[in-house]
Write a protein that binds this ligand. Sequence first.
Ligand SMILES: [Fe+2]
Ligand SMILES: [Fe+2]
Length: 197
Amino acid sequence: MNQKAAAQAAAREKGSFLTDIEELRRRARQHIMEGAVTADYKGDRKTVLRVLNEALATELVCVLRYKRHHYMAKGIHSQAVAAEFLEHAAEEQGHADQIAERIVQLDGAPNFSPEGMLTRSHSEYLEGETLLEMIREDLIAERIAVESYSEIIRYLGDNDPTSRRMMEEILAKEEEHAEDMKTLLETIGKEEKQRER
Ligand SMILES: [Fe+2]
Ligand SMILES: [Fe+2]
């Protein structure tokens, strides 16, 4: 049992649960300017914000890479693959928005600065020459995201369940993305081998 739950249980025993609610309300009013961050927030806010800003940079780099791949694939008449890249770009943008939103909820500032973005990002920006190279780079980037987000989720644990749930949702999507890229790699790889024969 954590401290607050223990205090509530003790208060309930004494028949003074109401005062506890009063106390909650008083604290909520007193710290109203802190937004979603209440006294109950157990996370190390500074670290959580840094980690979330790294995830934000990861997503933004993924948006750029998928966009580049979308336009390049279109240029080499691979419409289906180009469409898949575009879809992923849009989903990574959605993730970036979710993360930025959460950073603001935690009274932080989302870092959208292009300067240092690649250093903050866990995944890389690699262009790739051929369609196969592009897909391979995307698969690698997705696998990096899956690993680093799993680590972030473990770190958040019970300290920030809201951020953790968001990251779990995003992680599930990255796993789908990785699977999509793996399937594409296999089909395009086969097609190219057949053409070589
Ligand atoms: Fe993403
Ligand atoms: Fe992804």
